[in-house]
Design a protein around this ligand. Structure first.
Ligand code: G3I
Length: 342
């Protein structure tokens, strides 16, 4: 697949290297991973995973991805340095005034970024520095700001300037890395507008921001291709790189589990991926990467996520990727490759 897109953009996949869990390198042969030109860690580089205690780092997973990417001539995206989820509690203090708590967390943020970005400076070409820091849609009358105020980072700083610090610290730690802000739901105009407002309000381009990651957690009907195109254009017009990150297409539109079989979706999924990739090809000059949130349908976060909730003990099938559970190429794969060769 990557070879069909070599003149356009790298195509990547998220890799799981979970302790006592799914291991993409054990499950997937080189032939399958070789369909991609770029890798990203699904979980193991999030702060709470890679830096669980102040003096404890869990480098193993990220080191394995870095080594695989190096050996196979692939790119390596870093995900993610600052998030409200899977965070490390040692980075926050409950004691003292707001300014004391901010000082505490700012020092931890700096140390975390220096350690992680510094270690992978030769391997990671691009970082999701900050992930999902603006609000979802809802009742704006109750909001103090456009930002996710429930984030421990927002609480520690009392405002959103931690975002600016994260970009500054990352820029210092690796002057050559491409630095991204990554979020979902950006094809919704209201949420996108909040990200644009954030970029301007915090003057992020001056502080290191190079690009926007548009998470592609989409379904068979949402968002429309014109909304996708408008989103790419909005960030391109701001002089930013655009990457589609975390691409998958939920065939059940987030519905509860049921026993339907993939065959019923095969054509619909192929048509959907074809229109999405036709849009990417048309906008290839504005896109510097497309990453799937997984490799094949046997491992996808959507198995546990439905009805807007994570279900640790329940699963459903949703067939969101280009390779099936037995790692065979789906009809959607053929369409995607065809758009690359046109
Ligand atoms: O590894 C443990 C395992 O030991 C334990 O038995 C099991 C019990 O439920 O949990 C396992 O950890 C889970 C981990 O995934 C690895 O499978 C966590 O509970 C679960 O919360 C975690 O979910 C991840 C989720 O981020 C966390 O919010 C998903 O795999 C991952 O795909 C997802 O990725 C995010 C992106 O980083 C940001 N954008 C949205 C995207 C989807 O939510």
């Amino acid at each position: 697949m990557q070879s069909a897109y070599k003149d356009f953009f790298p195509i990547g996949a998220a890799i799981a290297v979970e302790k006592n869990g799914f291991d993409s390198f054990e499950q997937y042969p080189d032939r399958l991973l070789g369909e991609f030109g770029s890798l990203v860690a699904e979980n193991c580089m999030k702060p709470g995973e890679i830096h669980p205690e102040e003096d404890t780092f869990a480098w193993e997973g990220a080191d394995r991805i870095a080594a695989y990417a190096r050996e196979h001539g692939m790119l390596f995206r870093g995900h993610t340095l600052v998030w409200h989820n899977q965070t490390a509690s040692w980075m926050f203090s409950k004691d003292g005034s707001l300014s004391a708590r901010k000082k505490f967390s700012r020092a931890k943020l700096k140390a975390h970024i220096e350690a992680v970005v510094g270690r992978y400076a030769k391997d990671v070409y691009c970082w999701d520095v900050v992930n999902e820091a603006v609000k979802d849609n809802g009742d704006a009358r109750k909001w103090k700001s456009n930002y996710r105020e429930s984030s421990p980072w927002f609480a520690a700083y009392g405002n959103a300037t931690y975002i600016r610090d994260a970009f500054e610290f990352s820029r210092k730690a690796d002057p050559d890395a491409k630095l991204f802000y990554n979020d979902y739901g950006l094809c919704d105009p209201a949420k996108r507008a909040r990200v644009v407002a954030m970029i301007k309000e915090l003057d992020l381009k001056k502080h290191g921001l190079d690009g926007i990651g548009i998470q592609g957690h989409w379904n068979l009907s949402w968002p429309t291709v014109s909304a996708i195109e408008e989103t790419i254009q909005t960030f391109h017009d701001l002089g930013l790189e655009v990457q589609i990150t975390e691409l998958d297409v939920d065939c059940y539109n987030s519905a509860l589990p049921n026993a339907q079989q993939y065959g019923q979706f095969e054509d619909a999924l192929a048509r959907r991926y074809a229109e999405i990739f036709a849009c990417f090809r048309k906008n290839a000059g504005k896109i510097t990467g497309v990453t799937f949130w997984g490799v094949a349908d046997d491992h996808t976060w959507l198995e546990h996520f439905f009805g807007n909730k994570w279900h640790p003990d329940k699963t459903r099938k949703t067939y969101p990727l280009l390779f099936d559970e037995k790692h065979g190429k789906k009809k959607a794969y053929e369409g995607v490759v065809e758009f690359g060769t046109r």
